[in-house]
Design a protein around this ligand. Structure first.
Ligand code: SER
Length: 621
């Protein structure tokens, strides 16, 4: 019987809970307070302050499964192991236990708990770095020898050095392999030389699973654990984070010795099932099954396998991004959701499924028990996928015609940009189409045009939305408070499913977009107007308070929630205990201090913006 993704996640979490770890929820895919990166791509990113010594409210032993998205892997998707979205299982010692506990625990989990055959495990350790006076990690070697011995395996250690040396030296009968900094040193910025001062890092010890396949000499003369031929797959990495780069380009010992273990949940599951294809794991396989049902194609057919994998990966990644608030757009993070959905659509077409083939339900069902925001937001997510599909399908066939016209020769940066800006083709798609035709695209030219376009739109956006408002004039602030009143009134009249989808405020008027499937009736509009005006006349106080996110959620505040319980958020309430709280929202402000300054609220227009989204234009008189 194969293990399911969820079973492995649960077993891992409960294994470490039994060893004194507290479970922490996954942080959002959108990093907070970390301008260095667009997405959360590993478990340690959101925990950096605690690895550097800040006290974590849940203690010094933590366990989690962190949602991660690696945009740089988007082009790699299609083989049996690369995905853009994945979960990273993590256990953390914040200055508590170290190597002596970590390596036995992770080995016990893999071999006893999920029953991976220890004979299939190979490990790597840090070879030391004389230049930076960083010692060879012989302690880990001793621990590994002992652990394998207990399973009746004599584990020899051999020295490799660099990856290049690995392909020359090969396995040499070893089970424990010393590699140098490029492979067995971990920091966010890579090898010791490229770390800025203040950055933490340390040696690591990686675990590889041997699928026992033949070595492919395309990847080097001999096979070794870090070879890319497919025989070995890395399934976990224990980072012994005990150093910090100092101002003199050297290293100091960190004030606390940490352990940061990260293991790809999909990969660990694939190893436990002894099947190197991560797409055969239940959570991805359910999507592929559905696609097989809707098409007359088979996943095993080499002509279509890549398309099955791209659709499954991209839909899952886009779904998690959207759930964390990243809707498709042409700028910053939103562009990734757009690229993922559009590329998935093209591959749905290749599979002959076409229009309406997006199926996110199986993904939601596989994940909702662990990520409850997925089912809470499923309707909203469905609408966003649908809208993006509709938008793209409007230009897809004319874009393909345009592509045929311009692709008699290599494609210029300018042409690639036209395909993007007029026909909505993400660059990956143009590259893929070009590749299929055996021509090349001037990617540098495209990037230059794209950057210019982004800068222009950024300047425009800054002008429009300084601090969320067009300006911070008194009138705009009044309108801002009015949007909160309107949101709460709509929820009263239409129902709790109403969610704000956007707003645009100037000192003359407000626009408020919200999720709702039908036109408001005249009675509903009058009722909403009346409620807002009543609340204005009642003269309710507007109070700002700061509280941890989970407290805000418990109190029933609405807004865009991440998953990081420890974050302190600003909450604006209209009304207090005396008057009764009419509205409570996560918001950065600013607002008026009492509703009685707003005047008379009047709805001018109510109209559709897109499927499932309505817009109200209103004024304060
Ligand atoms: N920081 C390490 C990694 O991302 C282990 O969590 O691989």
């Amino acid at each position: 019987m194969s293990l399911k993704l969820q079973e492995v996640r649960e077993k891992y979490i409960s294994f470490f809970k039994k060893r004194g770890h507290s479970l922490i929820p996954s942080a959002s895919l959108l990093p907070e307070n970390d301008p260095t990166t667009l997405f959360t791509g590993s478990g340690m990113q959101p925990l950096i302050p605690y690895l550097l010594g800040e006290t974590h409210p849940k203690g010094r032993r933590l366990v989690n499964s962190q949602k991660s998205f690696r945009a740089e892997d988007i082009d790699e998707v299609g083989d049996n192991r690369h995905t853009t979205f994945f979960e990273m299982l993590g256990n953390w010692s914040l200055g508590d236990y170290f190597k002596d506990e970590q390596l036995p625990w992770v080995f016990e989990f893999l071999t006893d708990e999920i029953k991976i055959d220890p004979k299939r495990l190979y490990v790597t350790v840090f070879a030391g770095d004389e230049k930076n006076s960083l010692p060879k990690d012989t302690e880990s070697v001793d621990l590994w020898k002992d652990l394998f011995k207990k399973k009746g395996i004599e584990a020899e250690d051999v020295f490799i050095g660099t990856e290049e040396e690995g392909s020359k030296k090969g396995m040499q009968g070893g089970r424990i392999f010393y590699y140098s900094t490029a492979k067995n040193w971990w920091s966010r910025s890579g090898v010791p030389e490229s770390m800025p001062s203040g950055e933490p890092g340390g040696p690591d010890s990686e675990i590889f699973y041997d699928f026992g396949t033949e070595h492919d000499s395309k990847y080097g003369e001999h096979c070794h654990p870090n070879c890319d031929c497919g025989r070995f797959m890395e399934i976990g990495n224990s980072v012994f984070m005990e150093y910090v780069k100092n101002e003199n380009s050297g290293f100091d010992v960190l004030y606390q010795k940490n352990v940061d273990f990260g293991g790809g949940l999909e990969r660990i599951t694939a190893a436990a099932n002894h099947d190197s294809d991560v797409f055969k794991i239940d959570a991805l396989r359910v999507v592929i099954d559905k696609l097989e049902q809707s098409s007359d194609k088979k996943y095993e057919d080499p002509q279509y396998q890549k398309s099955f994998r791209i659709v499954a990966d991209h839909m899952r990644a886009a779904l998690f991004l959207i759930a964390d608030g990243v809707s498709p757009s042409n700028t910053e993070q939103g562009y990734f959701s757009r690229r993922l959905i559009r590329r998935a659509i093209r591959h749905l077409d290749i599979l002959g499924i076409g229009d309406g083939g997006i199926c996110i339900e199986p993904i939601i069902s596989s994940y909702s028990s662990h990520y409850d925001n997925l089912s809470r937001k499923s309707e909203e997510i469905r609408v966003i996928f649908k809208e993006e599909e509709e938008k793209f399908r409007k230009t897809l066939s004319s874009g393909l015609k345009e592509f045929d016209k311009i692709s008699s020769a290599n494609i210029s940066g300018e042409h690639a940009f036209v395909l993007f800006s007029t026909y909505g083709f993400p660059i990956d798609m143009t590259l893929e189409l070009a590749d299929e035709k055996g021509i090349v695209v001037d990617i540098d030219g495209f990037n230059t045009a794209f950057k210019e376009h982004q800068e222009k739109s950024r300047i425009g956006a800054e002008k429009k939305f300084k601090g969320g408002l067009a300006d911070t004039s008194e009138m705009s602030i009044k309108y801002h408070t009015a949007t909160h009143l309107l949101g709460a009134a709509l929820r009263e009249v239409v129902g709790d499913s109403v969610m704000q989808k956007g707003s645009n405020i100037t000192s003359e008027r407000m626009r408020f977009d919200f999720s709702h499937n039908s036109k408001l009736t005249d009675e509903e509009k009058t009722e909403v107007e009346k409620i807002v005006n009543d609340k204005i006349r009642e003269g309710l106080p507007v109070v700002c308070s700061e509280m941890p996110l989970d407290v805000a959620r418990e109190k029933g505040a609405i807004g865009v929630f991440g998953d990081k319980y420890s974050d302190v958020v600003k909450v604006y309430s209209i009304g207090d205990e005396k008057t009764g709280i009419f509205s409570m929202e996560l918001c950065g402000g600013p607002h008026v201090t009492n509703t009685n300054t707003l005047g008379n609220f009047k709805i001018l227009k109510e109209e559709a913006v897109s499927q499932g989204v309505r817009r109200i234009k209103a004024v304060l008189e």
